[in-house]
Design a protein around this ligand. Structure first.
Ligand code: ADP
Length: 500
């Protein structure tokens, strides 16, 4: 396969020729000082597709891609190899059939025993597979980053020692940190100080055992607020089970966590709230029994009346719980009728006034309008506002109810001079289970009444709201669409332009 390489006459070539000829993995061949192929081994034939006969005497630039300035580039390579004693390069080369292969080439000048320069040896390795694998790795890394960056969740990777090597954009967006501020860490500085040691412990354990990681912790956002997150990470292992890296993600569970906490708190409160009237009912039952034993019917009747008020309380609490479950299932039915809002408010106030001796309820203004509403449900809202006004103004004795007509809406408000609500909690009072933090624990409630009221008004196409100042009092209001023009006598109504 090898042709005489003219200047190698005196070199003992036989062993080397045999050795080189057998090599299949590498193309090993000789080129003349000006770049013509002078020998060709099995590997060269296998890698390039040229047979020995085809290529001997051809210029080595035949292997270059056609786009390149062929001979010029080869000339430069040969010159560099000659002047530096070695030239190594990576690049795409062409096979005989026109396909490309990724080559690692080493070019070395050759000298005869008498130090005469006689040409070059060239060794080529076909690294196409490795190149493709690298490219595909790069592509999948890019794909991973694009995917990770498109997610609203925080995504990260860590090395086998547990040091974070990558955060996605969501992390930087959430924390407001920059890439240069954070790398090679196990737990970011933005984790709440109270959660750091627990988090670090769980992470160390996962890294040491190679088992999946999961933890809940608070993470500071760019405006300095700590929000609850849940983080999970899975190890990526090789075939021998060794951890190569970790892929992790965490997402915001703040609302869920708070609502779960509120729910737990609520169960405690609900139990307590239900037991309070029951205890009173039981006590009155004992008193009734004793009075009856003494044949004191008048006193027994008095205790029965008192017991009734606690039975009503219990009934209301249970009704609230049932309403919540109906709202949750979206099955709070309304039976709509056309009703004078003025009459309804008046009657509601009168009947509520009968149950309270501590406060005087004053009704002001008139709406002179008919609304489409479920009467018991609307009474429930007004009564809830009234009972809150009384309950949260224990030191005061007056509550104002105001009726107004505002364009196509009626506005009903209940105003007290009580404890009021701190500004930062105003937006939460209509939330489920919410109880403001400024009141003393002797004021009972489940934190459900306003939530139910808001739902009822919403189902009627209206809106609720509150204005309050801590220590000065609160005004809770709702508006409802006017269905018909009302009159002073509540008779002879004309439909208004709004059809709610
Ligand atoms: P609760 O059964 O606790 O009274 P509500 O849903 O009716 O439940 O009210 C939610 C919370 O809003 C109350 O716990 C209280 O903190 C606050 N709140 C409601 N009405 C008033 C008011 N008139 N004055 C002050 N705070 C009020």
């Amino acid at each position: 396969m090898e042709k005489e390489f003219s200047s190698l006459d005196n070199v003992e070539v036989d062993y080397y020729r045999l050795l080189v000829e057998q090599v299949k993995e590498y193309a090993i061949f000789l080129i003349t000082p000006d770049g013509f192929v002078a020998s060709w081994n099995t590997g060269a034939e296998r890698i390039t597709g040229y047979s020995c006969e085809e290529i001997l005497g051809k210029h080595v630039s035949i292997l270059n891609e056609p786009t390149e300035s062929l001979t010029e580039r080869t000339r430069q390579e040969l010159e560099t190899a000659y002047s530096r004693g070695r030239y190594e390069d990576y690049g795409w080369r062409m096979r005989k059939d026109g396909t490309r292969f990724w080559a690692n080439e080493i070019l070395t000048p050759l000298y005869s025993k008498s130090q005469e320069f006689i040409g070059f040896s060239k060794v080529i390795r076909d690294l196409t597979e490795r190149k493709r694998a690298e490219e595909s790795l790069l592509r999948s890394r890019e794909e991973f980053r694009t995917l990770a960056n498109s997610l609203p969740h925080v995504v990260w990777t860590a090395d086998s020692n547990g040091f974070v090597t990558y955060w996605n954009q969501s992390f930087y967006k959430y924390t407001g940190l920059t890439e240069s501020e954070i790398h090679n860490i196990t737990v970011p500085d933005t984790v709440h100080p109270d959660d750091v040691s627990k988090l670090r412990g769980l992470w160390r354990e996962a890294v040491n055992t190679g088992s999946e990681f999961e933890a809940e912790f608070r993470l500071k956002n760019r405006s300095g607020e700590y929000r609850w997150h849940v983080g999970r990470a899975v190890p990526l292992k090789n075939s021998r089970g060794q951890v190569l890296k970790w892929i992790g993600a965490s997402f915001d569970i703040h609302e869920r966590k708070l609502s779960a906490e509120k729910k737990d708190e609520f169960i405690g409160i609900a139990g307590h709230e239900l037991r309070t009237p029951l205890t009173s009912i039981k006590a009155y039952a004992q008193l009734i029994e004793r009075s009856l034993d003494k044949n004191d019917i008048a006193t027994a009747k008095e205790f029965v009346r008192k017991a009734y008020t606690f039975i009503d309380k219990l009934n209301n609490l249970i009704a609230e719980l049932l309403d919540i479950s109906r709202i949750q299932r979206g099955t709070l039915p309304l039976e709509l009728r056309t009703i004078s809002i003025d009459d309804l408010v008046k009657e509601c106030v009168e009947s509520y006034q009968l149950t309270t001796k501590t406060h005087r309820i004053v009704v002001e203004g008139r709406a002179r309008a008919m609304v489409r509403c479920d009467r018991p449900r609307l009474e429930q809202v007004i009564t809830n506002y009234l009972s809150n006004a009384v309950k949260y103004s224990p030191e005061k004795d007056i509550v104002y109810v105001r009726l107004e007509r505002k364009d196509k809406y009626v506005r009903v408000s209940v105003k007290d001079e009580g404890i009021g609500i701190p500004k930062d909690q105003l937006k939460s009072v209509f939330n489920k289970f919410y109880r403001a933090e400024n009141m003393n624990s002797s004021i009972h409630g489940l934190g459900l009444g306003l939530y139910i009221s808001a739902e009822i008004i919403r189902l009627h196409g209206g809106m609720v709201g509150v204005m309050s100042e801590e220590g000065k009092g609160s005004e809770f209001w709702f508006i409802l669409p006017v269905y018909m023009q009302g009159s002073d006598s509540a008779g002879g109504q004309k439909p208004s332009s709004f059809q709610g």
